[in-house]
Design a protein. Structure first.
Length: 289
């Protein structure tokens, strides 16, 4: 199965929303209203036999009116950097040079497809010229010309996307689709704090599993396990008298509160699971399979 995260970049009006609608079809509804805020980046999860593509966008980078909280940006930064592919969307009638400058300034870590949109409004010769212009840019691995509005060539774009995605197991499954993005990001935020607070190999030896995510009337209750491989690592995560895990909890809670826009009660537990990375049952339990 092809599975991966795809970020969509583009100036306002380039056609990002129209493209997402074209790609997602009826499936856009699977993203819950709560995660549709400008802070949240997951826009749609397209699951079919053979692939799962998780689309997100980056309002903070290109659309100043949606300027993200700095903290928020930090919290989602890891997933941005983890994107397997970027779609750089350009209105073919727009100024190519200016778009090129923006794309350059993103310093993308992932490969990118430049998508020329609104080809229904442009002469073929102009579209071809635009494709040649962008094809020569260092960040551009491929160019695809589409009309998001007319859904023309969008299937070819999806095929091109799939070429760049790694194989793997789906991140999101079945009935839980609506909740999972939030849960997933909550786990990522806790993981990010582990990276910030602990040195050496600890972050690489630990994983986070969000066990409970319950919306109460005044707050959201979240219980998460931090899984490590050895007792010594547990000791480091906890810190003297539990000092470090309290710090971890406080910092993660603040980010999660900013993220979901509600007060959060966060409970963290550290569990030792020797060799969890090698153990099929554990991997399954922790959502890796
Ligand atoms: P966003 O700001 O990047 O999300 O752009 P939108 O998806 O909201 O689109 C901006 C405008 O461009 C809307 O009026 C769309 O209908 C229009 N648009 C998007 N894609 C196309 C296209 O392929 N052809 C034409 N003619 N118009 C398009
Ligand atoms: Mg839009």
């Amino acid at each position: 199965m092809k599975v991966g995260f795809v970020s969509i970049f583009g100036k306002p009006n380039a056609g990002k929303s129209t493209l997402l609608n074209a790609l997602m079809g009826e499936k856009l509804a699977i993203v819950s209203p709560k995660v549709q805020t400008t802070r949240h980046r997951i826009k749609g999860i397209l699951t079919e036999a053979g692939y799962q593509v998780i689309f997100s966008d980056t309002p903070g980078i290109i659309e100043p009116k949606y300027k993200l909280h700095e903290r928020m940006m930090q919290a989602v930064k890891s997933s941005l950097e983890d994107a397997d592919l970027a779609l750089l969307l350009v209105d073919v009638q727009d100024n190519w040079e200016e778009n090129d400058q923006i794309f350059n300034s993103l310093h993308l870590g992932s490969p990118a497809i430049v998508v020329l949109n609104k080809t229904d409004r442009a002469a073929n010769s102009k579209v071809e010229e635009a494709m040649a212009f962008f094809a020569s840019k260092p960040y551009c691995k491929k160019t695809v010309a589409i009309s998001a509005l007319k859904k023309s060539n969008t299937r070819a774009l999806l095929d091109a996307v799939l070429e760049f995605l790694p194989g793997g197991e789906p991140f999101f499954e079945g009935e839980d689709l609506t909740d999972l993005p939030t849960k997933f990001f909550v786990g990522e935020m806790i993981r990010e704090k582990i990276f910030l607070l602990y040195g050496d190999e600890i972050p690489y030896q630990a994983t986070v599993l969000v066990q409970e995510f319950k919306e109460k009337t005044t707050l959201t209750k979240i219980r998460a396990d931090i899984i490590v491989q050895r007792e010594t690592q547990k000791g480091i995560i906890l810190g003297e008298g539990g000092k470090m895990i309290r710090k971890l909890g406080t910092e993660a809670r603040k980010d999660i509160e900013a993220f979901i826009g509600r007060q959060v009660f966060l409970e963290l537990f550290v569990k030792v699971r020797p060799k969890w990375r090698d153990n099929d049952t554990f991997l399954k339990e922790y959502g890796y399979q």
